[in-house]
Design a protein around this ligand. Structure first.
Ligand SMILES: Nc1nc2c(c(=O)[nH]1)N[C@H]1C(S)=C(S)[C@@H](COP(=O)(O)O)O[C@H]1N2
Ligand SMILES: [Mo]
Length: 240
């Protein structure tokens, strides 16, 4: 094996373990070496992901989705990214509402997850490293009342996203403050955002300011603009 080949293999192995691709699916993957960098074609990542199954038995890639190599910022009306200004209000139909500043959020038990996210526009980004507090742990502290059936994520400038309480309290749902080992970039919602990987990504409020428990459903920003009320990617619940 030449040095270049072994370098390519090492770089590929790194990329693949990061992307958690299985060996068999990768066997036929086209690899381009460009200017010393190694690129796996997005089409091949899509094909590889289609061959995979999640621990819960669902296919890794929901129908109608393509894999992109890098998670991209999708815009939105950015909030104040300064750590000192951050407040997260956990309130609504709960016994013990409270507000956290950023230090208090960072002091919460931390979950360190690798997640796949699925945008309704058709792209999926796989194996994203996110770190933060579980919404479930924040809820345990606030003690939702029996009447609480929905969670409304609140964000800067009045953005909201509604989800059934069961979806909000899944163990993979975070108030994330780190992405790929670094503080969350501003464009992705700094200093903290919701990451709810198993519904379409519009539910994952960036620049989050509140987690409000509600007895009744209240359609959020995108839900009022024609998007589906729940947004399950595996059922292709894209539009209302
Ligand atoms: N506050 C806020 N959060 C938001 C949005 C927004 O406009 N404002 N857009 C949503 C949509 S439509 C998507 S696809 C994701 C995009 O997240 P990203 O920019 O980190 O990729 O954020 C979601 N969260
Ligand atoms: Mo979106």
């Amino acid at each position: 094996m030449t040095d270049l080949e072994s370098e390519r293999r090492a770089a590929l192995a790194q990329l693949l373990s990061r992307r958690e691709l299985i060996r068999t699916a990768v066997a036929g993957t086209a690899v381009l070496a460009l200017g010393g960098g190694v690129w796996v074609l997005a089409d091949d990542l899509t094909r590889a992901a289609r061959a995979q199954t999640r621990a819960d038995g669902r296919p890794r890639l929901p129908p109608g989705q393509r894999v992109i190599r890098r998670w991209k910022p999708m815009g939105g009306d950015a909030g104040d990214p300064s750590p000192g200004a951050f407040r997260l209000k956990v309130h609504g139909e709960v016994e013990s509402p409270f507000t956290l500043d950023l230090n208090e959020l960072l002091a919460m038990p931390e979950a360190d997850l690798s997640v796949d996210v699925h945008c309704v526009t058709g792209w999926s980004a796989l194996g994203i490293a996110v770190k933060g507090a579980r919404v479930k742990d924040l809820a345990s502290r606030a003690k939702p009342k029996k009447s609480a059936r929905y969670v409304i994520f609140e964000a800067a400038h009045g953005f909201t996203a509604n989800v059934p309480i069961k979806d909000a309290l899944a163990p993979s749902v975070l108030v994330a403050h780190r992405l790929d080992g670094k503080p969350l970039p501003r464009t992705h919602g700094a200093p903290a955002r919701i990451v709810l990987p198993d519904l379409y990504f519009w539910k994952s409020a960036k620049w989050v300011t509140g987690i409000r428990f509600a007895s009744k459903n209240e359609r959020g920003y995108w839900e009022q603009r024609g998007y589906h009320d729940r947004g399950d990617p595996w059922k292709e619940e894209r539009y209302a």
